[in-house]
Design a protein around this ligand. Structure first.
Ligand code: UD1
Ligand code: UDP
Length: 403
């Protein structure tokens, strides 16, 4: 007799998808109506493995596809082929994809080719700029064409999907699962004193009398001159502020590594003592570093969504964002990639404490920590399960009861 449970294959390949789907994996694993397994494309390798270790996820399928300096057509083609094989082997009722990476698009397409239903987590983000972010804006629009269920992180994302003629009955506002993941890590850091001590020890090279600015960056549309501008701006900031140090876990993409190492690594010895370039760190460590930072300069989508929960201002080195909620709430500023502008915005945060405090408060507009519960219950309902009363996330401050 066939197992009556709903069979779900959760697919992901890069660091942010893994972080955002880790609590989804856990929610499916804990729910009696589902049989769930994980397929990783390993579009990222070490940066993915860090997340798998942190959340103790053991994929049933690991396609191990990453190649150094991989190209978009190459990785796309290999993911489609690999995930099609996995879907034929596993025969899921649903394939879950997340966000806007090449893995999300190609895994969604593979599921479609095998005529398996697709649920899209973090659906409906848009800049409405074809090439920015590149290729993510088009990736996520295409996934929306394929998906049978859309889990929108916000009311705005839902409105974007309805504007593109997605059926209202298939769009659910869940909040962003990254908040679920972040709250788990924050609780762990708060309760595990030996872990906290080990992290303090590991980062004892940071001077507690200095203000630390945490940096990340990796967007393809910024490769070349914009990225060089950002690196020069970081050196300028350190030069102008003797009590500031920057900590930069450098993304492993060679297009990022090269300018960062050349420009920041080329700073004078006096400045380099306050410029720390390190390997990408595991998620627990990165959250710890965010909590220690004075503020954050980043082009990362995930970091924009996390920082409000930690009360950290964010300067977003992009021309546009599909996550305008924090900008509207005043906790993030969209500053582009102009060298002088980056320096001016950072100096303002360093010198004007009222300004920094005005960017440090508030609630997180991206989620409330119950996104995964909503996703799992809605998918159960879509597969004919009992209707469950779970309010949609509307950016409201009221607490929802966990299920
Ligand atoms: C990818 C996603 C982007 C996402 C970002 C998160 C695409 C096209 N891009 O960009 O949407 O925001 O991940 O970080 O899906 N590398 C390693 N080890 C790793 C990871 C990457 O060496 O663990 C290097 C490899 O040389 C690899 C290169 O980085 O070929 C680029 O990786 P890729 O996934 O193609 O692009 P990202 O810039 O990481
Ligand atoms: N992050 C991490 N280690 C790092 C840098 C970032 O774990 O060294 C986390 C960060 O907290 C966020 C996610 O990685 O959850 C963001 O990933 P990335 O910036 O690579 O991708 P994006 O979110 O822009 O797609």
């Amino acid at each position: 007799m066939r197992d009556p449970r709903i069979k779900v294959l959760v697919t992901f390949g890069t660091r942010p998808e893994a972080i955002k789907l880790a609590p989804v994996v856990k929610a499916f694993a804990d729910h009696p109506r589902f049989e769930m397994d994980v397929c990783v494309t390993a579009q990222h390798r070490s940066m993915l493995d860090q997340v798998l270790d942190t959340f103790h996820i053991k994929p049933r399928y690991d396609l191990d596809l990453m190649r150094p300096a991989q190209t978009l057509p190459d990785i796309t083609a290999r993911i489609i082929t690999g995930v099609c094989d996995v879907v034929r082997d596993y025969r899921p009722d649903w394939v879950i994809v997340q966000g806007d990476t090449t893995t999300a698009l190609a895994a969604g397409l593979a599921a479609f080719y095998e005529q398996v239903s697709v649920a899209h987590v973090e659906a409906g983000l848009r800049t409405d700029e074809k090439y920015s972010p590149f290729p993510e804006e088009i990736n996520r629009r295409l996934v929306s064409c394929i998906a049978d269920l859309h889990f929108a992180p916000s009311l705005r994302a839902k409105a974007n999907l309805l504007r593109e003629n997605c059926l209202e009955s298939q769009v659910h506002v869940s909040g962003n699962t990254i908040v679920d993941a972040l709250l788990w890590v924050v609780a762990r850091l708060g309760s595990d004193a030996p872990l906290k001590r080990a992290l303090d020890e590991r980062f004892s090279f940071l001077d507690p009398t200095r203000r630390m600015i945490l940096i990340t960056g990796h967007r393809r549309e910024s490769f070349g001159r914009p990225f060089e501008n950002m690196c020069h701006a970081l050196v300028d900031i350190v030069e102008r502020s003797p009590d500031v140090e920057i900590l930069y876990p450098v993304h492993l993409n060679p297009n990022v590594q090269a300018p960062v190492k050349a420009i920041l690594g080329g700073a004078s010895p006096a400045l380099s003592r306050r410029i720390h370039m390190i390997e990408p760190v595991d998620y627990l460590t990165f959250v710890y570093l965010m909590t220690r930072s004075h503020f954050i300069i980043t082009d990362s989508g995930g970091v924009q969504e996390e920082a409000p929960s930690l009360g950290k201002p964010v300067l977003v080195t992009r021309e546009n964002t599909e996550r305008p909620e924090a900008v509207e709430a005043g906790t993030a500023r969209l500053i582009g990639t102009d060298r002088a502008r980056i320096v001016a915005e950072a100096m303002r945060l360093l010198n004007d404490d009222a300004h920094r405090r005005s960017m440090s408060g508030g609630r997180n507009p991206y989620g409330d920590g119950y996104a995964c519960a909503r996703i799992v219950e809605r998918l159960s309902e879509a597969a004919g399960g009992p209707r469950c009363v779970l309010e949609e996330f509307a950016g409201l401050t009221r607490e929802l009861a966990p299920i």
